[in-house]
Design a protein around this ligand. Structure first.
Ligand code: NAP
Ligand code: GCO
Length: 264
C-alpha cells in the first residue's frame, strides 16, 4: 500500500507555493519522495519559500514566474525540464480573491481574478501537457473551491473563475485521459491561510468575526481547515493510487457541502 502513494522519482510543480495551501501540498509531496519545484511572483517570496522548505529539510527549487504571463510560464517550464526533468505533477494552486460587491466591481478587477484563477491554470496545464504526453502520462491537480459549487455576496469573480476551473478540470480529463493524464480538482473548504485572514480577524471587543462564527457553524467538523488537511488528498491525486480517477473534484471541506446548516 505504501508504494501506491509513493512519489519517488517524480518532479512536482506547485504554483504559488511559498506559503499557505501550496506550501503544505508541496511539503507532503516531498515527504512522499517527489522533487519540488515552485514559483511565486516576487524574488522576496521565493527566498522566503526556499528558507521555509529548507527548515523542513526539503531541497526545493524556487523560481520567479507570474502564472498569468504565458511566455514567462513557457520559459519557466522549459528551464525546469532542462535543469530538473519533465514535470510529472502540476498543481495549479496560485490564486487571488477580491471581495467586492458585484455592482461596485470594475470589469478590470473582475478580469484580474479570472486571469489568475482561471486563465493561469489553462496556461500552466497547456505548458506541461506536451511533455507529459511524450513521457506517457502525468497528473494535473487544480485547486478549486467551495465557490466551484456555491455563491455568496462579494465573490462573483472568484466564483466564476473557480466554477470555470471545475469545468476546465473535466475538460482536460476528457481531452487527455487517453494519454494517461489524470486531471482532478481539490475543493478546499474554509482553510486558515493569509487569503482568509480578514474573515477571521478578531472584533474590537475581542469576540470572533461574525464570518468566523458562521463558518464554524456551517462546518460539521466545527472548525476551519488547516493547509495540512489537504496533504493526504493531494498525495492521493498525485500518486498512482488515483490512476483511474479523472475529472473529479475532491471536496476537502469538513462536510460543508453535505450540510444544510444549523437552525438559528
Ligand atoms: P494565499 O495564502 O493567498 O497564497 C496564494 C499564493 O499564490 C501566494 O503565494 C501568492 O503570491 C501566489 N500568487 C498569486 N498570484 C500569483 C501569480 N500571478 N503568479 C504566481 N503566484 C501567484 O492563498 P491560499 O489560501 O493558500 O490559497 C491557495 C489556493 O487555494 C488558491 O487558488 C485559493 O483560491 C484556493 N483556495 C483557498 C481556500 C482557503 O480557504 N484559503 C479555500 C479554497 C480554495 P503573493 O503572496 O505574491 O500574492
Ligand atoms: C470567501 C473565501 C472563500 C475561500 C475558499 C472557499 O471569501 O468566501 O475567501 O472563497 O477562500 O475558496 O472554498
Amino acid at each position: 500500500m505504501e508504494n501506491m502513494f509513493s512519489l519517488k522519482g517524480k518532479v512536482a510543480l506547485v504554483t504559488g507555493a511559498s506559503y499557505g495551501i501550496g506550501f503544505a501540498i508541496a511539503k507532503a509531496f516531498a515527504k512522499a519522495g517527489a522533487t519540488i519545484v515552485f514559483n511565486d511572483i516576487k524574488q522576496e517570496l521565493v527566498d522566503k519559500g526556499l528558507a521555509a522548505y529548507e527548515a523542513e529539510g526539503i531541497k526545493a527549487h524556487g523560481y520567479v514566474c507570474d502564472v498569468t504571463d504565458e511566455n514567462a510560464v513557457n520559459a519557466f517550464v522549459s528551464t525546469v525540464e532542462k535543469e530538473i526533468g519533465v514535470i510529472d505533477i502540476l498543481v495549479n494552486n496560485a490564486g487571488i480573491i477580491k471581495r467586492i460587491p458585484m455592482h461596485e466591481m470594475t470589469a478590470a478587477e473582475f478580469r484580474q481574478v479570472i486571469d489568475v484563477d482561471l486563465n493561469a491554470p489553462f496556461i500552466c496545464a497547456k505548458a506541461v501537457i506536451p511533455s507529459m504526453i511524450k513521457k506517457g502520462g502525468g497528473k494535473i491537480i487544480n485547486i478549486c473551491s467551495m465557490m466551484s459549487e456555491l455563491g455568496r455576496e462579494t465573490v462573483s469573480a472568484y466564483a466564476a473563475a473557480k466554477g470555470g476551473l471545475k469545468m476546465l478540470t473535466r475538460n482536460i480529463a476528457s481531452e487527455y485521459g487517453e494519454y494517461n493524464i489524470q486531471c482532478n480538482g481539490i475543493g478546499p473548504g474554509y482553510i486558515a491561510t493569509p487569503q482568509t485572514a480578514p474573515l477571521r480577524e478578531r472584533q474590537a471587543d475581542g469576540s470572533r468575526h461574525p464570518f468566523d462564527s458562521f463558518i464554524i457553524a456551517k462546518t460539521p467538523a466545527a472548525r476551519w481547515g488547516n493547509p495540512e488537511d489537504l496533504a493526504g488528498p493531494a498525495v492521493f491525486l498525485a500518486s498512482e493510487a488515483s490512476n483511474f480517477v479523472n475529472g473529479h473534484v475532491l471536496y476537502v471541506d469538513g462536510g460543508i457541502l453535505a450540510y444544510i446548516g444549523k437552525q438559528p
